[in-house]
Structure formats: structure tokens, C-alpha cells
Design a binder for this molecule. Sequence first.
Ligand code: HEM
Length: 138
Amino acid sequence: MGYSTLLFLHVLGAFTLVASVGLFLAIMLAVRRQPDTLVAQRMLPTARVLWAVGGLSALVFGIWLAIHVSQYSLTDGWILGAIVLWVIASAIGGRISAGYKNLGDGSLAQSEALVTHGLLVLSVLLLLLDMIYKPGAG
Ligand code: HEM
């Protein structure tokens, strides 16, 4: 696959990931307003699928790009940093998903929801900054 196609698929994955974060925020706000809301329950599967597909394709095509572009290496600080941040973001996303498992019976730990969602936004924002500014790269 050529560079342009890899970059297209990678950035498409990144957009998908960011879209899922927006959905997770909407779900959190809906649940805070009304714990037994059906709206949140119906948005949840979409958010989960976008999160998984976006996250996986950003990772796979990101690593592929790092190998493909001779200027970069997998061991560059900003690439390693992205992989570490990706693992952190995945763990937070997994926590959020698990927290919504019993959505509908109002049992979501709401005090922690704001913090985990804040950390999710922060980790994806740091990933994006790392991608755009590529600290340490030529
Ligand atoms: C998880 C590991 C990741 C790796 C190894 C990785 C690696 C890369 C590489 C090598 C490029 C090519 C840069 C170029 O062509 O100059 C790139 C571009 C880009 N990545 Fe990632 N990426 C990862 C995750 C992400 C995530 C999660 C996002 C979104 C939040 C993201 C957003 C972008 C964007 C917007 C670009 C285009 C910016 C540019 O080329 O200047 N990446 N990435």
C-alpha cells in the first residue's frame, strides 16, 4: 500500500476515534441528566464500535506508516510515546465501557464518570498533539 493510502486510513481511524469520544461524552451527559435514559443505551453500541474500529485502525496503520516512511522509525520517541498513550487511552476506554455495562439500572459510578471521561479526552488530545508536532523528529 502506498504512503497516501496508509495516511488516509490512519487519519480516518483517528477521526473515527475522536467521533467515538464525542459519543461517549454525549452518553455521559445523558446519563447524568437521567440515569435510566434510553437515549444513552441506544448510543452505546455505536460508540463502542467506533471506538474499537477507530482505535485499532489508528494503531495498525500508524505502526505501518512508521515502518513505511524511511524518515521515521518505530523506536522514535514520538512513535513510542504514541503507542504508550494508545495503551493508556485503550485502558480508559475499556473502563468507561465496563462502567456502562449495567446502563439502565442506574448503577453507573457517576462520581468517577467525569474523571474517566476527562482522562479519555486528555489522552486522545495528547495523542493528537504528539502526531501533529512529532516532538523530537527531524
Ligand atoms: C497508536 C500509535 C500511532 C502511531 C505509531 C502513529 C504514527 C503516525 C505516523 C508515522 C504518521 C505519519 C506522519 C507523516 O506522514 O508525516 C502519523 C500521522 C498522523 N497521525 Fe498517527 N499514529 C498513532 C496513533 C494516532 C492516533 C490515536 C491519532 C488520533 C488521535 C493519530 C493522528 C494522526 C494524524 C492526524 C496524523 C497526520 C498528521 C501529519 O502527518 O502530520 N495517530 N501517525
